[in-house]
Design a protein around this ligand. Structure first.
Ligand SMILES: Nc1ncnc2c1ncn2[C@@H]1O[C@H](COP(=O)(O)OP(=O)(O)OP(=O)(O)O)[C@@H](O)[C@H]1O
Ligand SMILES: Cc1ncc(COP(=O)(O)O)c(N)n1
Length: 263
């Protein structure tokens, strides 16, 4: 069985973070493992609190995973401070981790900040240069590229700038654009667009976590990046269309809408 590791924060409401990652990896038929960076007290209406783990304890979790069941792919989600980011960079390098998907989580769907300024700098310097693909939304891509994004041409320019500066492929997500939910994969070989019509729903809690975990699962199974993104886009679209309606705020997706192979 192929294996994947998520390094991310816990979401008590189960829609984002570690919980979304494990559900997604399981739906893909991949064995999921986790290294928790922080506990959050949150639900569909917002984040009530964040409790970060000490960096040494994150290091212990990573040692336990890598010395026993080395993952075929790794996904990195919410990492809220510089010390935790440095720990991850050191451990991934020590164990020669491959197929690394970095979701640069900065703000939750609800608007709560899940990162800090020094964490963003560390993310750029320590994690971006070593990941296979980074998956920013429009806001995060503006921060990473230093460019304003208002059109599809802007999306191509910002992705090209991130690829040029850090050397990793970029999947720029269009979930927050005003038109269709079209995502752009930018690699050395050039741009590829992945189209999806916009689904009218308030229930988008965890879309970013889910997409990056689906890509990670597909890489673990041996698919190339292009195919991994194509399949992950089908999965996220299906999970949104399944139209789960839980909670009073921005609700979670139905990550079990299909069994492995149906997306
Ligand atoms: N309303 C929607 N209809 C169709 N696809 C969507 C919609 N919202 C988001 N997506 C898709 O979900 C994935 C995640 O994109 P998004 O830009 O929302 O990421 P994010 O901001 O990191 O996630 P989140 O909104 O959970 O923080 C992308 O593939 C995006 O195109
Ligand atoms: C622990 C954790 N990690 C990530 C997110 C971002 O997910 P979203 O932006 O989809 O709410 C979150 N809300 N909580």
């Amino acid at each position: 069985m192929k294996t994947a590791l998520t390094i991310a924060g816990s979401d008590s409401s189960g829609g984002a973070g570690i919980q979304a990652d494990i559900k997604t990896m399981t739906a893909h038929g991949v064995y999921a493992m986790s290294a928790v960076t922080a506990l959050t007290a949150q639900n569909t209406t917002g984040v009530k609190g964040i409790f970060e783990v000490p960096p040494t304890f994150l290091a212990d979790q990573l040692d336990c995973v890598f010395t026993d069941i080395p993952p075929d792919a790794v996904k990195i989600g919410m990492v809220s401070n510089k010390e935790l980011i440095e720990t991850i960079a050191e451990k991934l390098s020590e164990y020669g981790a491959k197929n690394i998907v970095l979701d640069p989580v900065m703000v939750a769907t609800s608007g709560a900040s899940l990162s800090s300024e020094s964490a963003v700098t560390a993310l750029k310097e320590r994690l971006l240069p070593n990941c296979t693909v980074v998956t920013p939304n429009l806001f995060e891509a503006e921060i990473l590229s230093g460019l304003k994004i208002r059109s599809k041409i802007d999306m191509e320019q910002a992705s090209q700038a991130i690829l040029g500066a850090y050397g990793c492929a970029v999947l720029l997500k269009g979930g927050h654009s005003e038109n269709d939910a079209d995502d752009l994969l930018y690699q050395q070989s050039g741009p590829t667009w992945f189209h999806a019509g916009r689904i009218e729903t308030k229930n988008t809690h965890g879309t970013g976590c889910t997409l990056s975990s689906a890509i990670c699962s597909n890489l673990a199974k041996g698919f190339d990046l292009n195919t991994s993104v194509k399949k992950a886009k089908r999965y996220i679209t299906g999970a949104l269309e399944a139209n789960l309606d839980l909670g009073i705020g921005s609700g979670p997706l139905n990550l079990a809408f299909a069994i492995e192979g149906n997306f």
